[in-house]
Design a protein around this ligand. Structure first.
Ligand code: GCB
Length: 596
């Protein structure tokens, strides 16, 4: 799916800002068709942002169900002969879009974009009423899954087994845009190189084809100079003296695709891309045929007040801190991040492990909620409907992110149960689907402690082993000596059994910024630093370890619970992005001499 773009044949209007906002407390909005008139409300809500922390209102923060956004939108008079589209970069977790009275789009999956052609519903030169209903409910049919309970006090309550707050709303931008009737609908770019010559295999899909169009393509370098050209919907182009996209050096080209008819330009679209290769060889992860070692974090889209809302200023600051600390990569734990983040990573040479929102699919975690003995792959938890949503989540992620050079690895789930009967049948088709959609990138799944080298039934299905480990925190608490022994022992078993690259996708300790101790005191800054230091010693002794992602980049909000104190505090930075002692330690390792 292509993003909206300004070009000589297309125009875009950003629809961010304040919307009339109404919480559908009694679940009446859809049946009463609130889109048909002005919302009865005095509340206003900003897009993009999570609504939860914006109002000083517990009922809004804890609301389970639909909320409505509404605004009048003007359509430019100059768009008379154009197709007119609306695109939401996300609506978390389910969105319905109405133009005046009509439903024009519905989408489930809170972190991927969707769009609709609304030409037949609007009049250029006039105004329409845009209403967007957004539902935050998580069920067995959603990714991530969840359940809705009624509390003893009669309140509907959202439960879920993942460890981040269920922020909701319109987290990313909304766009109105025009295209010609015949237009570039999709572009796929796959790159390679031989010596100094880059290769670009491209495919263009055209919508509204008249059957008489001519497709012309050009490769433009970073200065806008043409370096290759061709014709046709598919083909291979060569770039002499190619500038590779490399970690730390995000060199980008544009593939300019022009659709002509009768010698006239009909549509033109520029798709940025980088020339690079990714390959697994034995236990090595190669980018451009060179071994790559991942340093960085599992992150979250999470900030004070705006929750999971995108902010360009805060995004730039996060990337600045990644650079300061010497991180070369991150994982989009535990859902696809905003398209602006992916574009920024491309431009700045930051390597990304791109993850679906399949998180919390593990009955073992239900124990925390007093629901021991539950099964994961069962009618009342991860079932066929969950699998269907999971397939869609993978399809939408690959469709959105396939052309990003920064993305080097797909992570199709975080910490599902991988040893229970049912796990292999569940993941085998999903791994195959991901490879079919994108044969060029390795595929993995992130696993937790219980999926040991002996017990798991799925690790052979994947190209990379991504492991989350918390020895010294959840087990061997405060005992780093023992933790060091069991960690090393386990990693050596993985290395021996699978001979695949291992990325430690999570390791970390909750830490109260400002708490100090002379002893191995969990929650102190010293303990977090000693914990990370110990893991690093072990990583440096295990050859198959090709990456270390600390959990987490920054403290983040979670649902309430007795093991969280106003959120998860495993950040190297606080929630307002101040460095803990651990951040300085990581900086020394990742920018200095020590380390692999
Ligand atoms: C994990 C999860 C992550 C949690 C983390 C923790 O294994 O993948 O979402 O936040 O542990 O801090 O417990």
């Amino acid at each position: 799916m292509l993003k909206q773009q300004n070009s000589p044949t297309r125009e875009i209007i950003n629809l961010d800002g304040l919307y009339h906002f109404k919480v559908d407390t009694d679940r009446r909005g859809l049946t009463e068709q609130w889109q048909r008139s002005r919302l009865e409300t005095t509340l206003e809500m900003a897009v993009p942002a999570s609504y939860n922390d914006v109002f000083a209102n517990k009922a809004i923060r804890d609301h389970v169900g639909w909320v409505w956004y509404q605004q009048d939108i003007h359509v430019p008079r100059g768009w008379k002969d154009e197709r007119i589209h609306i695109r939401l970069e996300s609506a978390t977790h389910e969105g319905r879009v109405f133009v005046n009275d009509a439903l024009v789009a519905e989408h489930s999956g809170g972190y991927t974009p969707f769009s609709a052609d609304i030409t037949d519903h609007v009049e250029p030169g006039s105004t329409f009423r845009l209403s967007i209903a957004v539902n935050n409910e998580l069920t067995q049919e959603t990714i991530p899954p969840g359940t809705i309970n009624v509390t003893a006090a009669g309140r509907r309550e959202q439960r879920y087994l993942h460890d981040f707050y269920n922020y909701a709303g319109i987290h990313r931008s909304i766009w109105l845009y025009s295209t010609p009737a015949m237009r570039v609908e999709d572009i796929t770019v796959v790159t390679g190189f031989e010596g100094p010559t880059g290769s670009v295999d491209y495919r263009v899909d055209v919508a509204g084809s008249t059957g008489r169009e001519q497709i012309l393509v050009k490769v433009l370098d970073a200065l806008g100079e043409e370096v290759a050209a061709g014709e046709g919907a598919e083909g291979r182009l060569s770039i002499p003296n190619v500038n590779l996209w490399k970690p730390g050096q995000g060199y980008l080209y544009d593939l300019e695709v022009a659709v002509h008819e009768n010698g006239q330009l009909v549509d033109v679209y520029r798709q940025p891309f980088g020339v690079r290769t990714v390959e697994i060889r034995g236990a090595q992860f190669l980018i451009n045929s060179e071994p790559f070692y991942f340093t960085g974090f599992g992150m979250h889209e999470d900030h004070v007040t705006i929750g999971k809302g995108h902010s360009s200023a805060l995004m730039v600051n996060d990337f600045q801190l990644l650079e300061w600390v010497g991180a070369n990569s991150f994982r989009t734990s535990h859902y696809p991040y905003s398209e602006e983040v992916m574009d920024f990573a491309d431009r700045h040479g930051i390597v990304v492990i791109d993850e679906t929102a399949a998180v919390g699919m593990n009955a073992a975690f239900a124990g925390f909620f007093g629901e021991g003995g539950k099964k994961t792959y069962a009618e009342d938890f991860v079932n066929d409907a969950t699998a269907a949503s999971h397939r869609r989540a993978i399809q939408e992620l690959v469709a959105r992110d396939k052309n990003h050079p920064s993305v080097v690895l797909w992570s199709i789930a975080n910490e599902p149960d991988i040893s229970e009967a049912g796990a292999r049948d569940y993941f085998l088709p999903l791994a195959a689907l991901t490879r079919e959609l994108d044969p060029t990138r390795p595929v993995g799944l992130v696993s937790e402690l219980r999926g040991t080298p002996e017990a798991n039934t799925v690790s052979d299905l994947f190209d990379v082993l991504m492991l989350n480990r918390y020895y010294g925190w959840y087990t061997q608490t405060g005992d780093l000596e023992s933790a060091e022994l069991v960690l090393e022992e386990e990693l050596l078993k993985w290395q021996e059994k699978y001979a695949k690259p291992i990325i430690i996708t999570e390791y970390g300790a909750d830490t109260m910024s400002g708490l100090h101790s002379l002893y191995d005191q969990p929650w102190s800054e010293e303990y977090q630093a000693a914990f990370l230091d110990m893991y690093h010693r072990v990583f440096d002794r295990v050859d198959a370890v090709v990456g270390e992602h600390v959990w987490n980049f920054a403290d983040f909000q979670t649902s309430k619970g007795i093991i969280r104190v106003d959120g998860n505090k495993k950040g190297a930075f606080t929630r307002d992005r101040r460095p803990k002692a651990a951040a300085h330690l990581l900086r020394r390792r990742w920018t200095g001499e020590s380390g692999k």
